[in-house]
Design a protein around this ligand. Structure first.
Ligand code: EPU
Length: 430
């Protein structure tokens, strides 16, 4: 296992390119199950989650090749395989995205139930509600969702839950609906750019979907889909993390090859904490010259402020002048980073789904442990500005969703190294 060793105190300066969005790539790869023709997804980042999805696809009879130039080519060679096993699904919740395409195309599926995760329960009842509305019969047997969709047909459904819509649920149901006979109406569909991307890829494969990017999707089922070549949208969360790095270190960072329109809620909050933000057609730059100001952040479904940047913004306001309230409205328990940030001298009090952050003048470098992907990013950001040395362990979480993060940060001037963690696994936190 690796860890990061960071010497804080450098104001980051320069330009980085955003990779394409992990949360688009994963369902897009699953969507390639919907056709026997070859598909090509361009610029796919080398993330461990991508590796997991390719392993699952191979288990489902798909030949996949991740080429030198980043493109992934897929070709279905065996449509009899319908099982996504526990040992693969348990490492990545997005594996559930194969359920929709399997039901849509192969009309049966056996997919391990993904279970909870470190930041609280993550049910899939809305996915199941959607599939049932399409006529699929689903049972839970031995930890697996066993689906029979021989009588799949269009249907009407409402995909809202207590925390809004569902991102992978919308994509999942959409992937089944495109091959269901008749018309499907999905109300309270998620509008995230990554969901739009899945819909646009399906259209490129021959699907008939109206209302993309709105909460009401109308799907007219088609008999077959064909192969397609597609470049997914840039990763707004990765872009937002680098902009937050400029904010926390008091530097100037330009993120190229991104979508400023996908980042409006983020750039608005960067301005609220005292940053200057400039945008062009496909770039955003963020700089800060004065003290950080306290600002409240409330996470919401898109186009609201993304939950996947909540932890990173918490690190930023740890150094702000004043008190900031961070309210988590998508995952009320997503606060694993608080205890580690406290080790770095931040002052945070958790109250229900809120974190009340009292800004401080400086953070202290410390050994910390990453608990999940975005919490890891928050600890790295704090380490970049903390006095002295910070070691962030268990960065395999980070490698799930950030491509070569340390190299991009080094390019901006950060003193960060990836080193082998010789002490990991000795049970010091048991
Ligand atoms: N929910 C339900 N029932 C469901 C599904 C979701 O109640 O059937 C609830 C969840 O518990 C949560 C809310 O609805 O409170 C939203 O969950 P959603 O289904 O939208 O999340 P997801 O699709 O499982 C994706 C991203 C997450 C991101 C969320 C929210 C992927 C692969 N994952 O998860 O990304 O946090 O949407 O935007 O797209 C990450 O990249 O670090 C990450 C966790």
């Amino acid at each position: 296992m690796d860890k990061f060793v960071i010497e804080g105190g450098v104001a980051l300066r320069g330009e980085v390119e955003a990779s394409v969005a992990k949360n688009s790539v994963l369902p897009l790869l699953a969507a390639t199950l919907l056709t026997r023709e070859p598909c090509r997804i361009l610029d796919v980042p080398r993330l461990s989650d991508v590796g997991t999805m390719l392993t699952i696809l191979r288990a489902l009879g798909v030949e996949c090749l991740h080429e030198e130039d980043g493109s992934v080519t897929t070709r279905v060679v065996d449509e009899t395989k319908c099982e996504a096993p526990y040992k693969l699904v348990r490492t990545m919740r997005a594996s559930i995205c194969v359920l929709g395409p399997l039901l849509g195309r192969r009309r049966r599926a056996r997919v391990s139930f993904p279970g909870g995760c470190v930041f609280g329960p993550r049910p899939i009842d809305l996915h199941l509600r959607g599939f049932r509305a399409l006529g699929a019969e689903l049972e839970l047997e031995g930890g697996y969702i066993v689906g029979d969709a021989r009588s799949l047909r269009g249907g009407e459904m409402y995909l809202g839950g207590p925390f809004g819509s569902t991102v992978t649920g919308t994509a999942n149901v959409l992937m089944a609906a495109v091959l269901a006979e008749g018309t499907t109406l999905i109300d309270m569909a998620a509008c995230e750019p990554e969901v739009q991307d899945v819909a646009n890829f399906l259209v490129a494969m021959g699907a008939d979907i109206r209302g993309i990017g709105t909460p009401t999707l109308e799907v007219h089922g088609v008999a077959e889909l064909h192969g397609a070549t597609y470049r997914p949208v840039p990763d707004r969360i990765e872009a937002g993390t680098f902009l937050a790095a400029a904010a926390i270190t008091g530097g100037t960072v330009t993120v190229r090859k991104c979508r400023p329109d996908h980042l409006r809620a983020v750039t608005e909050r960067l301005q609220a904490v005292g940053c200057r933000v400039k945008t062009g057609e496909d770039w955003v730059s963020c700089s800060r010259h004065a003290r950080l100001q306290a600002a409240d952040v409330t996470t919401l479904p898109y186009p609201g402020f993304p939950t996947d940047l909540q932890a990173q913004f918490m690190s930023v306001v740890c150094l702000a002048d004043g008190v900031s309230v961070i309210t988590e409205k998508v995952y009320p328990e997503r606060f694993m980073h608080i205890s580690e940030l406290e080790r770095m001298r931040s002052r945070i009090r958790k109250e229900g789904n809120c974190a009340i952050v009292h800004g401080t003048d400086w953070l202290s470098g410390a050994p910390v442990i990453a608990s999940d992907l975005r919490a890891s990013a928050a600890l790295v950001l704090a380490g970049l500005v903390a006095e002295g040395k910070t070691t962030v362990r268990r960065i395999y979480h980070l490698d799930r969703g950030y491509e070569r993060m340390e190299r991009k940060l080094q390019h901006l001037g950060a003193r960060i190294e990836r080193v082998r963690d010789e002490d990991e696994g000795k049970g010091e936190d048991s």
